[in-house]
Design a protein around this ligand. Structure first.
Ligand code: 5GP
Length: 213
């Protein structure tokens, strides 16, 4: 058997969670443009679209009735209430990506990470990103200038609760410097791709090695 380059591998489900403002979206964007083997799972949400967002790219923006129908039709891998809105991961694109041998990146909260892990266990890698301090988190939320003070106050409260779920993750990073944090995320992804259990093509290759071919 010839060694395919790279050997066949099970796709993985790479979850990035953090309180909003901890840098997760920037890191996710950098990862998607630097790595051709991972695709973003675009969630559906009932929250209103923000300036600068594109329907179908950042989220699929749907109304309550559409969301509920998708949920009852079993179209979500997981879904949760976040900040008073519903957010869910459409199942079909994830399955299609995995079938194509692509990894999938999820920007979802701890509830989503937990549900995904319950469903896909060993195929899931969960990474949590912490801010260096709550003060810095608040500063970053204000500098984004996309949300009102009330929304920011609610996000700070929510951040404290979200941080409490750090122990439901495989890896925990502190984002002091976004470039350094990004490199750590890439290192995790690179190492996880090399796990023996994911390298399904290795059996045949090792057999051919031991036969001396
Ligand atoms: P935002 O409204 O700021 O885009 O996202 C709010 C929170 O919802 C973030 O923590 C984000 O990770 C989370 N989120 C986005 N999509 C999903 C999803 O499909 N499922 C779950 N459980 N959380 C999501």
């Amino acid at each position: 058997m010839a060694l395919t380059d790279p050997p066949a591998r099970r796709g993985l489900l790479f979850v990035l969670s953090s309180p909003s403002g901890a840098g997760k979206s920037t890191i996710a964007r950098k990862l998607l443009s630097a790595d051709g083997h991972i695709k973003l799972s675009v969630s559906a949400t009932t929250r209103p679209i923000r300036p600068g967002e594109t329907d179908g790219v950042d989220y699929h923006f749907v109304d309550e009735a559409q969301f509920k129908k998708m949920a009852t039709d079993g179209e979500f891998l997981e879904w949760a209430h976040v900040f008073g809105h519903r957010y869910g991961t459409p199942r079909a694109p994830v399955e299609a990506s995995l079938a194509e041998g692509q990894d999938v990146l999820f920007d979802i909260d701890w509830q989503g990470a937990q549900q995904l892990y319950q469903q896909a266990g060993g195929d899931v890698v969960r990474v949590f990103i912490l801010p260096p301090s709550m003060k810095e988190l608040e500063r970053r939320l204000h500098s984004r200038a996309t949300d009102s003070d009330d929304v920011i106050a609610a996000r700070m409260e929510r951040a404290a609760a979200e941080i409490g779920h750090w122990d439901g993750y495989d890896y925990v990073l502190i984002n002091k410097d976004v470039d350094a944090c990004f490199e750590q995320v890439r290192d995790i992804l690179a190492a996880e791709r090399l796990r023996r259990s994911r390298q399904t093509g290795l059996i045949g290759f090792v057999r051919s090695l031991t036969k001396g071919t």
